[in-house]
Design a protein around this ligand. Structure first.
Ligand SMILES: Nc1nc2c(ncn2[C@@H]2O[C@H](COP(=O)(O)OP(=O)(O)OP(=O)(O)O)[C@@H](O)[C@H]2O)c(=O)[nH]1
Ligand SMILES: [Mg+2]
Length: 275
């Protein structure tokens, strides 16, 4: 009787030990946990409404997020104007990128600053088909000065005309410069914000697949370089201008890789979070 009880006890305890070990093993290799217990950097997508931020996020998800075998790739072309935010966690080999896509309509832009203190990089998306064929902000400013001598206009902080829902947006009357001036003002206001001082910025000249788009070099020289070198440029930071088509996916991988390298370089200034 004693021997029977002892062997039953040993069998019970050794089985318990085995199953606990197995459980620990299984927890250690669960893919979900591997995803969540990693270095995480946050990226915000900014830019005017209709620039292509949500399309870009969908394309990044389609390229980087694992999906069940046989599942169709999501169609990044179907979007509605973003009210609020979309967010996705993108697993890369050495980090997770948590990408926040926030609405670009005027009424949404006030929310952007609540993302500034915790972001590690900014992607500013420009619609390359809506900045005119010669997107040079110097021309824009001199044209405005000569066409309105002595007239008074409503001005924003940086001397630009104040934009309202009525005079801008995709439904507004088109001008030779498209939405270049609005884009300049919005980019300047982002750079000027002290909460994003030193944060790397990638400017994407999007919609490069469209026939009426302007080349990335024109956007870089005429808009981005002038804004960065101007008095509202906001100090020293890593920056780059790249061409993409969020719709077709071209250039998207290079954009993600640029962000991936820069958040690491800047990790002393903005350390990642561990999840
Ligand atoms: N041809 C072309 N169209 C694009 C591209 N990217 C976006 N679009 C189109 O542009 C429109 C607006 O795209 P969204 O991604 O919704 O723009 P958004 O920046 O998120 O706009 P908000 O949410 O209002 O801030 C949609 O019709 C997209 O299909 C692109 O690379 N090429
Ligand atoms: Mg959107």
């Amino acid at each position: 009787m004693y021997h029977l009880a002892k062997s039953l006890y040993l069998a019970a305890t050794s089985k318990e030990g085995t199953s606990r070990d197995l459980m620990i093993d299984r927890i250690a290799v669960t893919p979900d946990l591997m995803l969540t217990s990693r270095t995480e950097y946050s990226v915000i997508l900014l830019g005017l409404d209709n620039a292509g931020k949500t399309t870009l996020l969908s394309q990044i998800k389609a390229l980087y997020q694992p999906r069940p075998e046989g599942a169709p790739a999501p169609n990044p072309g179907k979007t509605v104007p973003t009210v609020g935010q979309n967010v996705a966690t993108i697993p890369l080999h050495d980090m997770n990128l948590k990408i926040w896509d926030v609405g670009g309509q005027i009424s949404m832009r006030g929310l952007w600053q609540s993302y500034y203190t915790s972001c590690h990089a900014i992607i500013f998306v420009v619609d390359s088909a809506d900045v005119g064929q010669d997107p040079d902000i110097a021309r824009l400013i001199s044209r405005r000065a000569s066409s309105t001598p002595g007239t008074r206009t409503t001005r924003g902080n940086s001397g630009a005309e104040a934009f309202t829902e009525d005079n801008v947006g995709i439904g507004a009357a088109s001008s030779e410069f498209g939405r270049l001036d609005e884009c300049r003002q919005v980019l300047e206001s982002v750079l000027q914000n002290a909460d994003v001082a030193g944060v790397p910025i990638l400017v994407l000249a999007n919609k490069q697949d469209r026939e009426d788009c302007v080349e990335v070099v024109r956007i870089k020289e005429g808009l981005v370089r002038k804004v960065f070198e101007g008095e509202t440029g906001g100090g020293v930071r890593d920056s780059r201008v790249l061409p993409v088509s969020a719709l077709l996916g071209s250039g998207v991988q290079a954009a993600v890789e640029w962000v991936q390298s820069r958040v690491k370089w800047n990790k002393e200034g903005r350390p990642p979070v561990m999840r």
